[in-house]
Design a protein around this ligand. Structure first.
Ligand SMILES: Nc1ncnc2c1ncn2[C@@H]1O[C@H](COP(=O)(O)OP(=O)(O)OP(=O)(O)O)[C@@H](O)[C@H]1O
Length: 346
């Protein structure tokens, strides 16, 4: 079902956890809410779930105003990082829980529930494990069961709050790919909270970047990554270097550097943002003069830390270590130029 959020605000004493948030999610979309700790992700998810009431604003599911509906009436499915399964119930009983605990008039009969549980066990690829207890499962398997339990009730929307946050890095990556495939099978409208930009970019159809209770940018992963709307988003999405300088007549010149680069930012003080892998070695005079202060070679990448003339912060430069490339020596003077970059006025 489609989801519409209008002017949602929520304050905790002096903190605006949500500040007039507007967001529309189409039916079947998988949307990631991305932001640092304290940006309001969990608050937004809880307000949508009906676990928390906003001070003002509206939540709509399709044409239904859900703002005053209870959690149960909203019929949402959710999975939290530590949303423990019921320990004393088997996997199958856990999945059946939401259906079994419905009021009699809306409760499916036993055979229907059994069929639904079997379908869901197959969907989460744990068909053989229905009779196990949660403690007999790995962390990743438990979160898959939690997801099946959330899906059992055919929720209006599926709300996931860092569902893989407590798992180790390798399992997390496996599970997010699995979740993407599962989403393609179920077509369930899903809102996914994460503070991990890689997870958001890999998994989501669209990414919502939050900052201090406000939406900083909404876009496809590609738009967010290649056309960040602000310094904040650039900095938050992937590694970033910032160079201080000035724009004059369509040219950005970093402080202390002779060579300038084209920019459509207005004249005045500005910052140029460039990712470490979007830099290239160039001939002296065709880029920024710099000195190598540290060099590391890891697998097939070389990472240099550069001291750039006129800049207070070191620049990180990362490139492929092909056999014909020698790792530059510490102390060596080099010149680098940005291949892809963005300039933001100060
Ligand atoms: N019960 C509460 N009482 C007071 N302040 C709260 C409460 N819950 C959240 N906040 C504040 O509201 C803001 C948003 O919190 P929220 O938990 O939504 O952020 P988040 O982006 O989900 O962070 P995290 O990634 O750490 O979970 C924060 O400044 C937080 O300190």
């Amino acid at each position: 079902m489609d989801l519409h959020i209008r002017q949602l605000s929520k304050r905790y004493r002096d903190v605006a956890a949500l500040d007039a948030v507007d967001l529309d999610i189409a039916s079947g979309e998988l949307v990631a809410l991305l932001g640092p700790s304290g940006s309001g992700k969990t608050t937004l998810l809880r307000v949508i779930a009906g676990l928390l009431h906003a001070d003002s604003g509206q939540v709509r599911f399709g044409d239904t105003d859900a703002t005053r509906l209870s959690l149960r009436e909203r019929n949402v499915g959710f999975v939290f990082q530590h949303y423990a399964l019921f320990k004393h119930m088997t996997v199958a009983e856990n999945i059946a829980f939401g259906l079994r605990s419905r009021p009699r008039a809306r409760r499916p009969d036993k055979a229907t529930i059994k069929r639904r549980v079997e379908e869901l066990l197959a969907l989460i690829q744990l068909a053989e494990l229905g009779e196990r207890y949660p403690e007999q499962l790995s962390g990743g398997q438990r979160q898959r069961v939690a997801l099946a339990r959330a899906l059992a009730i055919d929720p209006t929307v599926l709300l996931l709050d860092e569902p893989f946050g407590a798992l180790d890095a390798k399992v997390r990556i496996e599970l997010r790919r699995w979740l993407r495939r599962l989403h393609e099978q179920t077509g369930q409208t899903t809102l996914f909270v994460t503070h991990d930009q890689e997870e958001a970019l890999e998994l989501a159809d669209r990414v919502v970047v939050l900052r201090e209770g406000r939406i900083e940018q909404v876009g496809t992963p590609d738009e967010i990554y290649s056309a960040p709307a602000s310094e904040y988003v650039f900095d938050f999405i992937g590694r970033a270097n910032a160079l201080e300088g000035r724009v004059e007549a369509g040219q950005f010149a970093a402080h202390g550097q002779a060579h300038a680069f084209a920019s459509d930012a207005p004249d005045g003080d500005a910052r140029l943002y460039v990712r470490p892998h979007d830099l290239a070695l160039v001939r002296t005079g065709e880029g920024w003069s710099a000195r190598v202060v540290a060099a590391h070679r890891l697998a097939d990448r070389i990472t240099l830390e550069l001291d750039v003339v006129g800049q207070s912060r070191p620049l990180e430069f990362d490139f492929a270590a092909t056999p014909d490339v020698e790792t530059p020596a510490v102390g060596q003077a080099i010149a680098v130029a940005p291949l892809r970059y963005r300039v933001y006025p100060l």
